[in-house]
Design a binder for this molecule. Sequence first.
Ligand SMILES: *[C@@H]1O[C@H](CO)[C@@H](O)[C@H](O)[C@H]1NC(C)=O
Ligand SMILES: *[C@@H]1O[C@H](CO)[C@@H](O)[C@H](O)[C@H]1NC(C)=O
Length: 368
Amino acid sequence: MPSFASKTLLSTLAGAASVAAHGHVSNIVINGVSYQGYDPTSFPYMQNPPIVVGWTAADTDNGFVAPDAFASGDIICHKNATNAKGHAVVAAGDKIFIQWNTWPESHHGPVIDYLASCGSASCETVDKTKLEFFKIDEVGLVDGSSAPGVWGSDQLIANNNSWLVEIPPTIAPGNYVLRHEIIALHSAENADGAQNYPQCFNLQITGTGTATPSGVPGTSLYTPTDPGILVNIYSAPITYTVPGPALISGAVSIAQSSSAITASGTALTGSATAPAAAAATTTSTTNAAAAATSAAAAAGTSTTTTSAAAVVQTSSSSSSAPSSAAAAATTTAAASARPTGCSSGRSRKQPRRHARDMVVARGAEEAN
Ligand SMILES: *[C@@H]1O[C@H](CO)[C@@H](O)[C@H](O)[C@H]1NC(C)=O
Ligand SMILES: *[C@@H]1O[C@H](CO)[C@@H](O)[C@H](O)[C@H]1NC(C)=O
């Protein structure tokens, strides 16, 4: 990037620090098929935004939900969220790759995933306040030996700003909302200083599981004084308790890895469901051919087709973390300087640090 552009961007961002914030999920990938998410920075300005699997929300600044809104509907699926009008099909036991457009390094915190059954209702019309979320994945503090620690958010950044979550193989088939969330803790030592970035997606889960875990309404997930919400990450050694209900039995937070995109899928709408044949072949979590077949069948209404052989889900074995992950984690651990509170309107001790994060993030975004 030319230095003129850098300077211009830097001063623009520094001036806009009170509104600049930090990211959204651009797409999710299921067995190689990429489904577009809701883009809060552009869809609100379109006359006919596309039907997508991501819930509509009013976080046009890529902003966050603060603890003082934990009892409001905004915490469920982000600000003023309304139901996604489409859904994607996934087999229980399959993995979903969740791609953020960007995430700033200073915004350390846990990455958490929940599911909530839409019951007999379609997730496209369900009342969000009736959804009861159960936790299927959480990665909080990975290494707290030196402040501000290495976190789930750092693993996400090292994984190309993306997160891999497994739908537990035991989950009963049906329509579910996936609630994916990063909680940024860089200002969390102050009351109301944590920043929640929830994002929701509609899924039709197939398979032969029977588990129907109980959950809690979104408005009961957290309180502003939970130890995982009101917490100082700048004093090592750090200890941390991920907030929210306990993980359901059978849930596994898998190692992070990438997921190659081999086709783009179109969100299914209405009562469109996975073809019965696909649903019948998706019980195995290790049978890649069956999973690929399921994905291809699920994408059946889209304009692209996926050949089973072309679907590549990179192995999630523990050794598969990209080598840049280790480097990123090292850098992160060494960088213990306290960043600004960004749009939380609190500590602005190091605006430069924050602006740099944003420039890096913007640069990465523009490079795409
Ligand atoms: C959410 O909706 C309320 C009521 O319509 C409105 O006043 C508020 O500005 C909206 N919030 C955002 C972030 O758009
Ligand atoms: C990282 O994600 C971007 C999308 O944000 C994508 O264009 C790029 O190909 C990804 N890089 C790798 C190495 O997967």
